[in-house]
Design a protein around this ligand. Sequence first.
Ligand SMILES: *Cc1c(COP(=O)(O)O)cnc(C)c1O
Length: 418
Amino acid sequence: MNGHDYIDGRLYAEQVSLEQLAAEVGTPFFCYSAGAIRQAYTAYADALSGLDATIHYALKANSNQAIIRTLASLGAGADVVSAGEMQRARAAGIAADHIVFSGVGKTDAEIVAALDEGIDQFNVESEAELRRLIELANARGANPNIALRINPNVDAETHEKITTGRQENKFGIDLARVSELFEMATAAGQPPIGLAVHIGSQLTNLAPFEVAFRQVADLTATLRDQGHRIERLDLGGGLGIPYTDGPSPDLRDYAAIVRKTVGDLGCELMFEPGRFLVGRAGTLVTRVIYVKPGADRHFVIVDAAMNDLIRPTLYDAWHDIVPVRRNGAAQQITADVVGPICESGDTFATGRQLPEAHKGDLIAFTCTGAYGAVMASTYNSRPLAPEVLVDGDRHAVVRRRQTIEELLAQDAIPDWLN
Ligand SMILES: *Cc1c(COP(=O)(O)O)cnc(C)c1O
């Protein structure tokens, strides 16, 4: 189970017992398997072997510096979407020339910071951004690598909140305008060097990738005919993972689509996986606070909440829920697993079949390595949960639990209220 497995009925992350970690750091906490991350990265890189390809880890999936460092040491660069992420990538040891800057709303300050840092590439998402980047770059005598992110208007067939490649989404530039923007940028002394595309996240059907990559290939031919140099194609991330038992998209099929559509264009190919590299490697461990029996269902109230893991309520996401200590004699119950926050949306699962749970039991939400801790908030004045990285028999707290004192210290009461 992705770096997590039972040994003598107890759930372990690699060789480290989650019960022991819970005793050490308290609950709730996130635990990541470095081995599972390395395995995912290696599989991704192997599938692309033979292609002129680089992998830029999309930091937004999990930007803990220990995770970034783990991937950087395997050769990954970074795809960042803010100045904060750029600084995290740098702090974790990723060279500036391995950083790509994506995102629809780069501010002047962020563009300037990235130009000064000397990052490798800007993926530009609108005419206005392109004009601003050119102005700021020209003013500094800089010549950044620019790729235009296109909006291929394809349906990624994923949850509506994580689809990004349709015309009604805010991302990317209309296909029909790309050629004109190449002309404009070239005339302004900053000819773009490539195209980028990213159509959404958690894609489990590969067909939309093929449609999008084919459009990239067609557009590459058109732009070349018009005399533009297309040296790089950034194909984004988005490859889905199995959140429960069931088929998962096959990496080799994905790579075959890449080869078939854009493999022969003589371009450097760039990939920006996030979830695929880290999603399966994480668990969120939580303790049962109360069990409330009901007429047709039980409520299992745990000490993790939507502020720790928002995916179920934000995306209707499914996470498997497993006991940390297996009990072969436990009865199956039907339960809603909920957190303590005063929102009905603070629900991790409804009508879920589970082994009977009792106050004090530890349970784990699986596949929470991506878009888990990074999306956490302190709603209800709940401090951010700690993160632990396990590698073999070693473990380290890679983010300690925030204290309530730290949380309160961020507020200031104005003089006039004293
Ligand atoms: C979010 C994002 C990614 C990563 O998506 P995953 O589904 O986690 O692989 C890559 N590129 C861009 C531009 C993104 O916004």
